[in-house]
Structures are given as C-alpha cells and as structure tokens.
Design a protein around this ligand. Structure first.
Ligand SMILES: Cc1cc2nc3c(=O)[nH]c(=O)nc-3n(C[C@H](O)[C@H](O)[C@H](O)COP(=O)(O)OP(=O)(O)OC[C@H]3O[C@@H](n4cnc5c(N)ncnc54)[C@H](O)[C@@H]3O)c2cc1C
Length: 500
C-alpha cells in the first residue's frame, strides 16, 4: 500500500496552497487531481486579495504571480459603472479591492489575476517542493478511516485503482466534493434564485469603444445586457458575466450580449461559456476524525467582492501549519480541533458579506432611461455609491480576522500581527520565524518563553520590537498571547497555543 503523511484531494487553488504550506515544512504530501492541466476556459477568480498576497509573499512567490498577472496593479485601481463601455459613466470607485491599501497596513497590495494564472503558478511551486507529489489524471473515489490512518482509494484514470494510507486527508475537491460525501458531511444553506451566464470573449476591437479609461471591472447597466465584465488578458480577451441569463438563453444571445455591453456592434469571438448560480452554503462539520475539509468543498459564497478562493487559501494556511505541527510533534491535538473553531466564524462572515454584495447588481440598477435622462443617472450614481462601496473597500473584512474565541489563543489576542515596514521594503513579516516568534521590547523579559520553548523542543525566534508589550506570534502571523510582562507560567501558555 502506498503511504503519505497528508493526502490532499483536489489540486485546485486551495489543495495546492495546502500542499505548499505543508511541503515547506517538510511534510510528505500527495495531491490527487483529475485535471491534467489547468483550464483557461473558466477563469473564475480575478481578485487575489491582500491577505492571499501576504501568504504568497511568505512563500516567496508573490513577485512570480505579479510578473504573470496580465494587469499590473498600477494599470488601474478603478471599478466603473456605466450604461455600456461606449455609453455614459454612472459612477466610479477608486483604489478598489485592496489594490491601493493605505501605506503600511499590509505587506502586499492585492493583485488582479485570472484564477488559471494563480493555479499554474501554484502547480509549479508544488512541483519544486521535494516532499510534495501532484498526481494529475487521478481522483479520490472512496475513503475509510480508523484511529491511526485514512485509507484512500484513488482511481488513476486508466482503469485501475490503488489504496493510499495517509495520516490525514484534506478534502479540497471543490463543490461536488467526494471527500465531503464520504465522511457524511453536508452543505447547509441556500441557492440564489437568479442564474448568471459567464463568458470569455476575444475582441481586440472592444478597447476602441471604451470611453471610461482602464478599469478592473465595468458594470454595464442597460436593459439588454445588465452585466459585469473586465479585461482578462491585455490582448483583447475579456470576461463577462450577464446577470439573470439562463444557459440556453445565454448561448443563443451571446453575441447580442457582447454588442450590448459594448454599446455598439463589435467584432468578437466567444471562446467559452460558464453558466453558474450563486450559493451561500457552509458545511455542517469541517472535520471528521482525520479528514478535514477546506475551500469550496466546505463553503460557497457569491463571487461579489472576490472572497471564495481567498477564504479557501486562509483555510489552507490555518490547516497547513497545524497539520505540520501535529505530524512533527511540536503541536498537540487541540490544534486540529481549533481549525473549525477558527475558520467557521470567518467563513460565515464572508458568506454574509458576499450575500449583501449580491443585493444590488446591474439588473437592480435599471431605473429610468439612463442613456437619456441625466437625473436618472445622478440617482443611479447615489444608489451605487450607497450600496456598492462595501464590496470594493473590504479591507477590514479581509485583514481584521481575530481568532479571539479560539481554544488555542490566549485572552486578549487572536488578531493578525499589525504590519509595519522595518525599512527599505523589508516587512516585519519577513523577520518572523517559521514556528513561533516573540516580539519583545526587552530581551531579559524573553527568558521565560525561550526556556519554555527549549524545554518543549519548539523553535522560538526572538525579535527586538519597540512597544509597550510582548507579543507571541504563530506561523500564520496571528498573535496568540500578549502581555506587558512575561507570563507567570510560560510553559502553560505554550501548551495552550500549541494545542496541548
Ligand atoms: C464567477 C466567479 C468569480 C469568482 N471570482 C472570485 C474572486 O475574484 N476571488 C475569489 O477569491 N474567489 C472567486 N471565485 C470563487 C473561486 O473560483 C473558488 O472559491 C475557488 O475555485 C475554490 O477553490 P478550491 O480549490 O476550493 O476548489 P476548486 O477550484 O473547485 O478545485 C477543486 C479541485 O478538486 C478537483 N477534484 C474534483 N473532484 C475530485 C476528486 N474526486 N478527487 C480529487 N480531486 C477532485 C477538481 O478537479 C479541482 O481541481 C469566483 C467564483 C465564480 C463562480
């Protein structure tokens, strides 16, 4: 029987990110993925948020994503609402989607990049990690577990199956997760009522008609094509989402929709289509024994605001270092129990925020004759500013994740370590250690923690940091303990934050 420490079902963005987090810690990890190569026909995610970029930076690959992203951050940081690309501008938001965060607040700005660009990069990164294997062309078909291990049946796509024995399994196999079904977990929640019709279109002609300058998103508000669109590549390839359009209708009217978003007839070729309906769903359990669910396999939210993939990367990071800690013996069982306690509130918050973002789409803004009536356009502007601001300026949602009710966080802690620059482009985050880091204004005060860490065999880096308090920070940059003086019982603090 084949063996690995962690089997990751699904080599989408979340499964690959889990493998990177594990593999960087030397964990032997097998990623099972049916798709031989990354598909470019459904480029769903475009918004890679600041927190995901901070993780990519920690993995040393943020620059590699930026080099490949078709739209550099300074290309545009605007979202435009208009009657059509060649029509009237209705409203505009600047500095959107974390592309222009306030100086110092985070280590990296966000990045607009098609999902396939991120997935292709993560596949490469996984291939570069010696302890990781990406088995494409294969899929998980069944699993069973006992107290010691999970036995996973993998179909190799050529008519044979093998059984892999893994200490843990991460189910990152997307909305139709076999892992979720095998462990008997269920999505709870709702489907939206309105269908959406996604398309990728090549139309080099289209840019000539854009009256509003560069933008990362154009929301078109006209009766023929209430839609959302943006440039995918710089060569005239665009993504378009037509709201309220069923598959058959979309396929029949695809060219009509393209002309309507342009506002004039254009030369265009429809490269692919992708009908979808938004879902607000969260699994009833994130963990069953040695099996843990992450990403879309665990939660689904409407895409407005760009949170689904990014939340899944947050799951991968939380889970990755905790599994590594347990497997390498520096973490206790409480760490795995904390995965659900920490991630569920984040997932719930994101689902609610994304559902709110969906309440006003282009279809809902069709009030009056927007092409002819300036007063109707002014009213639309007011309504757009009132209802859509939170969608494009959501840094608090993305960055202010506080695990204050986590069993592995001490009272008064749980927040992401406030970022600051150390000088010359060097982030405080670059200075953190791979396991625990103590930031202290006073080296003598660090003694209690360094002794406790040595006794426990845990890697603790000590950093001189001016400030009124000592901060103990874990691998994902969250503060797990803070105090004005060393704690009376540092070993107990370490035991708590490392899960017993
Ligand atoms: C229109 C649209 C726009 C979006 N925009 C954004 C955005 O801007 N920002 C954002 O953060 N999110 C966005 N999302 C959401 C994002 O696309 C998903 O959240 C993301 O793909 C989830 O990644 P995942 O790895 O969890 O799942 P998936 O991407 O679904 O990957 C799952 C993987 O599992 C594999 N798999 C399936 N079955 C098995 C099996 N039996 N065994 C092994 N592997 C299996 C699949 O082949 C796949 O590769 C958007 C979604 C939509 C619909």
């Amino acid at each position: 029987m084949d063996r690995c420490e962690v089997l990751v079902a699904g080599g989408g963005p979340v499964g690959l990110a889990t493998a990177v987090e594990l593999g960087r810690r030397g964990i032997d990890c097998l990623v099972v993925e049916p798709r031989p190569s990354v598909s470019r026909s459904r480029p769903r995610c475009k918004t890679v948020n600041v927190r995901t970029m901070e993780h990519l930076q920690r993995w040393g690959v943020a620059d590699r994503l930026r080099e490949r992203a078709p739209l550099p951050v300074d290309w545009s940081q605007d979202v435009v609402f208009c009657t059509s690309l060649s029509g009237h501008e209705l409203s505009r938001f600047r500095g959107v989607l974390g592309l222009a965060p306030e100086e110092g607040r985070c280590a990296e700005p966000g990045q607009q990049a098609p999902q396939y660009v991120l997935e292709e990069l993560l596949r490469e990164v996984v291939a570069e990690i010696p302890s990781c294997t990406l088995a494409t062309g294969s899929r998980v078909v069944a699993l069973e577990q006992d107290e010691d291990a999970v036995r996973v049946t993998v179909d190799d796509g050529a008519g044979s199956t093998r059984v892999v024995r893994a200490s843990y399994v991460v189910g990152a196999d997307g909305p139709r997760s076999v892992v979720r079904e095998q462990v008997g977990a269920d999505y709870l929640g709702e489907h939206a009522l309105r269908p959406n019709f996604g398309m990728v279109v090549r139309s080099p002609d289209l840019w000539r008609h854009v009256r509003h300058g560069p933008a990362v998103q154009y929301w078109t508000v006209n009766p023929v094509a209430p839609a959302l669109m943006g440039p995918l590549e710089r060569d005239g390839t665009w993504w378009i989402i037509a709201f309220g359009v069923e598959r058959a209708d979309g396929e029949a009217r695809a060219r009509e929709i393209v002309d309507a978003v342009a506002g004039v007839p254009v030369e265009a070729e429809v490269l692919s289509t992708d009908p979808w309906t938004a879902r607000m769903q969260l699994v009833d359990r994130l963990r069953v024994g040695r099996v843990l669910l992450a990403g879309d396999a665990a939660h689904l939210n409407p895409p407005f605001g760009g949170h689904g993939l990014n939340t899944g990367i947050g799951d991968a990071v939380d889970l990755g270092w905790k599994l590594a800690a347990v497997l390498r013996g520096w973490g206790g069982p409480g760490l795995l129990a904390s995965y659900e306690a920490e991630r569920r509130p984040v997932q719930e918050r994101v689902i609610h925020a994304a559902e709110d973002n969906m309440k006003t789409l282009s279809t809902d803004l069709l009030v009056g004759d927007l092409d002819r009536d300036a007063a109707a356009r002014r009213a639309a502007h007011e309504r757009i500013q009132e209802t859509k601001r939170a969608e494009f300026h959501a840094l608090d949602l993305v960055l202010d994740v506080v695990h204050d009710r986590s069993p592995v966080v001490c009272p008064g802690a749980g927040d992401r370590l406030p970022h600051r620059w150390l000088g010359a482009g060097r982030s405080l985050y670059d200075a953190l250690g791979p396991v625990l880091t103590l930031l202290t204004p006073d080296r003598v005060a660090a003694g209690a923690f360094t002794d406790a860490a040595r006794a426990r065999g845990v890697d603790l880096r000590v950093l001189d940091e001016p400030g009124p308090e000592l901060l103990l920070v874990r691998p994902d940059q969250h503060v797990v303990w803070r105090g004005a003086a060393p704690p009376p019982d540092a070993p107990a603090v370490l035991a708590r934050v490392l899960g017993g």
